[in-house]
Ligand binder design. Structure first.
Ligand SMILES: [Cu+2]
Length: 222
């Protein structure tokens, strides 16, 4: 009997812990980027800037930049610092990958070489900032890798919309990166879902209400 009672107490503690975790539920940061005097509002990176005292382990899974029909795909890739990128060639002609700088530092220029279809070469990016990708075989080819400090990032669609999912509660600085424009900076807060703390853990309509949404529209210009 004592064993059963102990188990019941344990379960109650677990439920309480689960409901507390829900109180600190993450939220989404979303909005629209207005691109002033620019060709397009697409492919603008929106990310949460470095959080003091916090580092984020890079994902084990590699990111991918392909070369398809004479283009870098995607045109802009965002990764968290420390991520390894696999460079692919899916064209029946050899392509090259090189970058003349990382974050405008020419000492970090690097040539990955030239290789035919089907071969994969990898590189780990440990420096924050943008990496302009070029191909020495086809001078018209251009792409970008943007290395950011947190895993909370998004990239705009054709209309300039973005959504950064599952940001933990806190006060942050939101930043943009664009091929054409200067960075825009904006403060954003994801609040703790304090009120739902008094709700029973089984009340799941309250759980969904705890999901925060911060709407932040940004203007980027040259
Ligand atoms: Cu090429």
């Amino acid at each position: 009997m004592a064993g059963i009672r102990k188990t019941v107490v344990w379960c109650a503690a677990l439920v309480a812990a689960a409901s507390l975790a829900r109180v600190a539920q993450a939220g989404d940061v979303k909005g629209k980027v207005k691109a002033q005097d620019m060709r397009s509002a697409e492919n603008i990176v929106v990310y949460i800037d470095s959080i003091p005292g916090k580092t984020f382990p890079p994902p084990v899974q590699h990111a991918v930049v392909d070369q398809i029909q004479m283009e870098f795909v995607p045109h802009v890739l965002v990764i968290v610092k420390g991520t390894t990128v696999n460079f692919l060639n899916d064209d029946p002609v050899p392509h090259n990958v090189y970058w003349p700088a990382i974050n405008h530092d020419r000492k970090l220029a690097h040539n990955m070489g030239t290789w035919p279809e089907g071969i994969v070469k990898s590189f780990r990016f440990d420096t924050l900032g943008d990496v302009p990708l070029l191909c020495k075989v086809h001078s018209e080819m251009a792409g970008f890798i943007v290395v950011v400090p947190t895993p909370y990032f998004a990239i705009t669609d054709k209309a300039g919309n973005y959504t950064i999912k599952d940001v933990p509660p806190g006060e942050y600085v939101l930043k943009t990166w664009s091929e054409e424009a200067k960075p825009a900076v904006q403060a954003v807060t994801i609040q703790y879902g304090a009120e739902t703390g008094s709700q029973p853990a089984s009340n799941c309509s309250a759980c969904s209400q705890a999901k925060q949404e911060a709407i932040v529209d940004l203007i980027v210009k040259k």
